[in-house]
Write a protein that binds this ligand. Structure first.
Ligand SMILES: Nc1ncnc2c1ncn2[C@@H]1O[C@H](COP(=O)(O)OP(=O)(O)OP(=O)(O)O)[C@@H](O)[C@H]1O
Ligand SMILES: [Mg+2]
Length: 245
């Protein structure tokens, strides 16, 4: 469904992503992990059109989307959450999602229908009803992330790119989030997720890709990747305990 071919991206003298290849099959959940600064967000930004690769190509359902705008890519069916959401602090939670329901993917429902869809999406992700009218700028991080996910869903995507939406969740919130991700996949969504919480990645991913200093250093099933020497050395060994649950 998605084919990332040898993409690279530099910022000034810093090479954030270097010759990365990656594929996603329809209906798959792919976990993207790696240390801070590994290039994970940059890779997602290139897929979603937030920034453009210096070299390489990105193909979605066989179409070359490398040079398309953010808007055009969203209309093709790729929706992304932001790691540090900042847009529209003055809009209410409901309005933030409404924009996406109205304009996200070109199907253009009427205002009434879009409002219903926006609220459904917020409820789907467990956003508290009593905060529907709160300005986005006043929400705590967890609720803000829920609005991000709801906003992504409201554009009725085929593929979801999730950037650390589960960081900071309590274990029970984490379980709920895993259930939600699985149910979204069961409904036909393809999911590419960056996550630092290894337990979640291990539990939910069909495959895992590991980046380190802009390069892909491993790829495989969660079990294969967890046993990879380079991965343990560069990432897991230092920071995480690996446990099977
Ligand atoms: N817009 C930008 N301008 C300059 N440098 C950038 C920009 N975006 C990212 N970088 C740099 O590129 C490298 C990769 O950053 P990126 O945000 O992709 O990493 P990450 O894997 O998502 O890290 P984290 O786990 O901390 O979110 C970092 O060194 C970062 O400082
Ligand atoms: Mg990041």
């Amino acid at each position: 469904m998605l084919n990332v071919k040898c993409v690279s991206k530099s910022f000034g003298g810093l090479q954030a992503v270097r010759n990365v290849d990656m594929t996603l099959r329809e209906g798959e959940i792919l976990g993207l992990v790696g240390p801070n600064g590994a290039g994970k967000t940059t890779l997602l930004n290139m897929i979603s059109g937030v920034c453009r690769p210096d070299a390489g190509g990105i193909y979605f359902e066989e179409e070359n989307i490398t040079r398309l705008t953010l808007d055009a890519i969203c209309k093709r069916g790729i929706a992304k959450t932001f790691q540090h959401p900042r847009s529209f602090p003055g809009l209410s939670a409901k309005e933030g999602v409404l924009i996406s329901a109205l304009y996200g993917n070109g199907h253009k429902p009427g205002m009434k229908q879009a409002q219903v869809e926006a609220i459904e999406c917020l409820q789907r992700v467990g956003f508290p009803d009593e905060k529907l009218d709160c300005p986005l700028g006043t929400l705590n991080t967890i609720d803000l992330r829920k609005t991000q996910l709801a906003r992504a869903l409201a554009s009725k995507p085929k593929m979801l790119l999730l950037d650390e939406i589960m960081t900071g969740l309590t274990p029970s919130e984490g379980k709920e989030a895993i259930k939600l991700i699985r149910s979204l996949r069961d409904e036909g969504l393809t999911i590419l997720m960056i996550e630092h919480v290894m337990k979640i990645i291990m539990e939910v991913s069909d495959r895992v890709v590991v980046l380190d200093q802009g390069e892909k250093i491993a790829e495989g099933t969660p079990r294969e990747v967890a046993a990879d020497e380079r991965v343990i050395e560069s990432y897991l060994g230092e920071q995480y305990h690996f446990q099977e649950h």
